[in-house]
Write a protein that binds this ligand. Structure first.
Ligand SMILES: [Zn+2]
Length: 176
């Protein structure tokens, strides 16, 4: 009797967790099955894939799945916080919005979302140089913090520095 059936295959669902990943794909991130019901691509531009592995590695991938599910959940929380921050942003008292932005940035921070924010709140920003200055300072800090996240560790420091410099320039343009 063998402990493992080596011919038995499993599949793990991999979504790329970032601000554009749809909620459906995020909900499957990490999912393990022998006969996957959800086979990517799930929609146009879906960047998910299935990773095949043999039964002896099941325990390892189950551990992985826990971490992946947590990351997907954190991304959903991050989006909610960011949206709340944007909605509550007003020139009279930006401190509540700033606190929410800060919480969201603990998970991740995306320049593309700042671009969206600046387009959406253009009127408020045009009238409030003080608010622009506050947010510029805050977002530059987040942008620097971003690259200390684990996922950026394998990236060469020189490349990180180039991204950081370009990102900070862009933030200064967006919130002059
Ligand atoms: Zn997908």
């Amino acid at each position: 009797m063998t402990l493992f059936d080596r011919s038995k295959r499993y599949y793990q669902f991999y979504a790329q967790v970032h601000f554009l990943t749809c909620e459906t794909c995020l909900s499957h991130h990490g999912e393990i099955s022998e006969d996957p019901k959800h086979k990517p691509p799930l929609h146009p531009d879906c960047r998910c894939h299935l990773l095949e592995f043999p039964q002896p590695q099941l325990e390892h991938y189950q551990g992985q799945a826990e971490r992946m599910k947590l990351r997907a959940q954190q991304e959903l929380v991050r989006r909610r916080l960011w949206r709340e921050a944007v909605a509550s942003l007003n020139s009279a008292d930006p401190t509540h919005a700033e606190a929410l932005f800060r919480q969201a940035a603990q998970v991740e921070f995306y320049l593309e979302e700042v671009e969206q924010l600046c387009a959406e709140k253009r009127e408020i920003f045009e009238k409030n140089p003080e608010l622009r200055a506050r947010l510029q300072k805050l977002f530059i800090r987040f942008y620097r913090m971003k690259f200390s996240l684990d996922k950026y560790r394998p990236i060469p420091p020189r490349l990180i520095l180039a991204w950081e410099t370009a990102g900070i320039e862009r933030l200064k343009e967006l919130l002059p």
